[in-house]
Write a protein that binds this ligand. Structure first.
Ligand code: ATP
Ligand code: PRP
Length: 208
């Protein structure tokens, strides 16, 4: 039996065609069902539906053999405890700094609102910028508008969310996409099945 951890929403939607190519089609639709463990058309594969930020934890502890997680989440979690064999090139976006559009100069010590605390800390430290990081769990764009922070670190795709809130992107921290992650013990114990799945995903990606 193989268990794959996936988050509901954009990663799940983007992963469906890849999974389908490997013969894995969920029997239930997580948009309609409250089930968290989904049977699939492959008797030996189950999908567990969890929060995006929890995917590396489930895989690290072996509660799921494999997972699909954004690079943003993996950078925060730390990837030493996991294998990351494949860039699935789905849910692509950029992790960026952003500030109010009319801002000309930042203070010497800046306040940064973000849910990516570790990544932001190491980014500003590597540039010798003094930054106080304020941890938020969402709606980062609001922070500069209400005086909570000078700057945010958040994901940008179309840029519409920034624009709608009078912000603009500044510096690119890193490109983001979703990665296949694998539990280290499972990679040994279930090597043939997992390798077959990796090869299948690779083939599908190569044909895109
Ligand atoms: P959680 O439920 O844990 O708070 P979330 O609400 O951020 O997570 P999603 O919005 O579904 O969950 O995002 C999941 C992943 O999709 C992110 O970790 C990131 O890798 C990617 N992602 C987020 N926003 C975008 C976007 N606008 N465009 C493309 N990819 C995105
Ligand atoms: C993500 C991210 C940004 C937005 C960027 O939010 O946190 O707010 O997408 O995308 P854009 O550049 O195309 O506007 P999401 O849509 O996932 O909302 P959430 O963080 O509230 O879940």
């Amino acid at each position: 039996m193989l268990t794959i951890a996936v988050s509901k929403g954009r990663i799940y939607e983007d992963a469906l065609p890849l999974l389908a190519e490997a013969g894995i089609i969920p029997v239930d639709d997580p948009k309609k069902s409250r089930k968290l463990i989904l049977d699939t058309t492959r008797e030996d594969v189950k999908i567990v539906i969890i929060r995006a930020t929890d995917v590396p934890t489930f895989v690290e502890y072996g509660a799921a053999d494999l997972g699909i997680a954004g690079k943003d989440v993996l950078l925060e979690h730390g990837a030493e405890s996991l294998y990351e064999p494949l860039d699935l090139k789905i849910a692509a976006c950029r992790l960026m700094t952003a500030t109010p559009k009319d801002l000309t100069e930042l203070p010497r010590r800046i306040r940064v609102a973000t849910k990516y605390v570790k990544t932001a800390q190491s980014y500003f430290a590597s540039r010798g910028i003094q930054a106080e990081i304020i941890k938020l769990y969402g709606s980062m764009e609001l922070a500069p508008l209400v005086g909570l922070a000078d700057c945010i670190v958040d994901l940008v795709d179309t840029g519409n969310t920034l624009k709608a809130n009078g912000l603009e992107p500044r510096d690119l921290i890193t490109e983001i996409s979703s990665r296949l992650i694998v539990n280290k013990a499972a990679m040994k114990m279930k090597h043939a099945e997992i390798q077959a799945l990796i090869d299948n995903f690779k083939q599908t990606l190569a044909s895109r």
